[in-house]
Ligand binder design. Structure first.
Ligand code: BG6
Ligand code: MG
Length: 211
């Protein structure tokens, strides 16, 4: 193995609660039922697909593309205000130390995230320099479970898919990693997903599975 590609939300940082608060504000304003169970379905999927999932419970007139774009912008503005409160303390010592050790062992490290806010988040938590490449929602046309975000991360690093290990908390992300021909490690929500090659409970276990 030559590289580790990390999903961001739910692996390096925990922004689920901010996504939830921002979507909830929009849903409440439109009278749409939205709860944390529905929020779990948004993990790993794009902003536009997230909106469609929330709109499954909307019984008004069909919305135009312009209106949908407006709703996504409104949600993103709320979300970014919440992200702006993040600091380096939002990354655990375990995550920081493990990344440092992998880097010292000469593994290449990348981010593979569907988010268009990935760089902003990494900057807020002081991890922008910890990665050799960032593949995110800005450089893809298909989101997870499509392999594109990870395939691009491997290309940015100059490492072949079979030499890449992907670390993911979403089922869609594990499917994407396998579709990219990479080794998949499930953590958090995806720790119990049978399609993952490795299932880990804590981030430092990555140090034991390098090959
Ligand atoms: C993923 C999140 O990382 O990014 C999804 O798990 C989110 O829930 C997606 O929809 C897109 O994020 P953003 O920041 O571009 O709206
Ligand atoms: Mg995730």
């Amino acid at each position: 193995m030559k590289a580790f590609i990390f999903d961001l939300d739910g692996v390096i940082v925990f922004t689920d609660k901010f996504h939830y608060q921002a979507w909830k504000k929009m849903a409440d304003a439109m009278g749409i039922y939205f709860d944390e169970v529905i929020n779990n379905r948004l993990r790993g999927v794009s902003r536009a697909e997230s909106l469609e999932i929330i709109l499954e419970r909307y019984d008004g007139e069909p919305l135009s593309d312009e209106k949908k774009a407006e709703l996504m912008e409104e949600k993103n503005n709320t979300y970014r205000k919440l992200l702006a409160t993040m600091t380096p303390a939002d990354v655990t010592d375990e995550v920081r130390d493990t990344l440092k050790k992998l880097h010292e062992q000469r593994y290449k490290l990348a981010i593979g995230s569907s988010s268009r806010n990935a760089k902003f988040i990494l900057e807020k938590v002081g991890l922008l320099d910890a990665f050799d490449a960032i593949s995110d929602g800005n450089n893809i046309t298909h989101s997870k479970p499509d392999p594109e975000v990870f395939t691009k991360a491997g290309e940015f690093l100059g490492v072949k898919p079979k030499e890449c290990v992907v670390v993911e908390d979403a089922y869609a992300g594990i499917d994407a990693a396998k579709a990219a021909g990479m080794t998949a490690v499930g953590i958090g929500d995806a720790a119990g997903y049978a399609k993952a090659d490795y299932q880990i409970e804590s981030f430092r276990e990555l140090l034991a599975i390098q090959g």
